[in-house]
Design a protein around this ligand. Structure first.
Ligand code: PLP
Length: 380
């Protein structure tokens, strides 16, 4: 059966080069990186090579990279770890209303634990209110966490401006860069980002591997206790193969970035042009904002998304009704709700996310099927 995968924002297929690198390590380089013998040293060397390569791509120092199990752990470590390290400064956090659940739920839990959180609004285009952010800063604000690009709409946030606002303060500027990493070059130092979360499985690496960049002028209290790995910021035997996979995935993305970006941009434009030209009564959520060229959040008025997703799935098309973390619950998207969509529009919106391997033929197959299904659902 035909399979068209248009859910790359949820996860990507591991690249063959990454898989090869990992397999080789599983069979030949399997020591514990903390062991002092030959195999231990070999594992340690491989990890440190990956670390310095990754640091090089984003223009930071090796010691500023903390390997984690991915985005959820990274966001928890950056936010909770910072709050614990700077508990004497205060208990105030600033974030936005459209963050990924790994930030939002963490903040909600922190409120239960006695922290205070200010949630910044977004406008109808999905961009946060910078004035409100500026006015929310307090003496006891420890961390500001605003995502680089949204996982449901692809809308990019004004990261440079936030960095400038926070530049001469002692507040940590954290960004969840999970969706944007490897889609464009990100230099956290230039953007005055103090902490940044990344996960490999969003750019053709393995699941369960990622890193936090943490500016060396900041500290985090570890969330996972035990050994003194990762400069005493994350205990546990390093996920050697995951880290090598992450490094290779970044290498592949950075070596081919211009080419992939151009291809994705072409496919993305083609997709949105066909949708707008050939289907009536549609809206692309966040269209007016700067967006990643891989995500289209489509509102198909008069269509119920749950039915639509099933119909597409039966035709071998994988898309998503928002973020993967929410899709099981059939909840309305908090992101689109904050952008002011009404309840009917919320029930009619879903996410298409292309990847480096998406072809024009696949987009054609998707659009043709979507047109048919929309006709049936709209009863025309
Ligand atoms: C996928 C995602 C995460 C979670 O990353 P995991 O590695 O799956 O835990 C966090 N933030 C954003 C924006 C994401 O898209």
């Amino acid at each position: 059966m035909k399979l068209v995968y248009l859910d790359n924002a949820a996860s990507t297929k591991i690249s063959s080069g990454v898989l090869e690198k990992m397999m080789e390590s599983y069979s030949e380089n399997y020591g514990n990186p903390s062991s002092t013998h030959k195999l231990g040293q070999k594992a340690r060397a491989a990890i440190e090579t990956a670390r310095s390569m990754i640091a090089g791509y984003i223009g930071v120092e090796s010691k500023e990279i903390i390997f984690t199990s991915g985005g959820a752990e990274g966001n928890n470590l950056a936010i909770r770890g910072a709050l614990n390290a700077y508990s004497s400064k205060g208990k105030h956090i600033i974030t936005s209303k459209i963050e990924h659940s790994t930030v939002l739920k963490t903040c909600q839990q922190l409120e239960n634990e006695g922290y205070e959180v200010t949630y910044i609004d977004v406008d109808e285009n999905g961009v946060i209110n910078l004035e409100q952010l500026k006015n929310s800063i307090r003496k006891d604000t420890v961390i500001v966490s605003i995502m680089y690009a949204n996982n449901e709409t692809g809308v990019k946030q004004p990261i440079e401006e936030i960095g400038q606002i926070l530049e001469n303060t002692d507040i940590i500027f954290h960004t969840d860069a999970v969706q944007a990493m490897c889609k464009e070059k990100i230099f956290p130092k230039d953007l005055k980002i103090g902490a940044m979360t990344v996960t490999a499985h969003k750019f053709y690496g393995p699941k369960g591997a990622g890193f936090v960049y943490l500016d060396k002028k900041f500290q985090v209290e570890k969330e996972i206790w035990g050994g003194s790995q990762e400069r005493n910021r994350r205990a546990g035997t390093e996920n050697l193969q995951g880290i090598l996979g992450l490094g290779t995935a970044m290498e592949e993305a950075y070596e081919n970035m211009d080419k992939i970006e151009a291809m994705e941009e072409e496919i993305h434009e083609y997709l949105e042009r066909r949708l707008k030209n050939e289907i009536e009564d549609i809206k692309i959520n966040g269209e007016k904002s700067p967006r990643l060229k891989t995500i289209t959040n489509l509102c198909l008025k008069g269509c119920d998304i749950q039915t639509l997703l099933i119909a597409l799935d039966l035709r071998g098309i994988c898309v998503s009704g928002g973020s993967a973390c929410m899709s099981g619950a059939h909840e309305d998207s908090h992101v689109l709700k904050e952008m002011g969509l009404n309840s009917e529009e919320l029930k009619s919106s879903f996410r298409i996310s292309i990847g480096k391997d998406t072809t024009i033929e696949e987009i054609d197959y998707f659009v043709e099927n979507l047109k048919e299904i929309a006709k049936i659902e709209r009863g025309i």
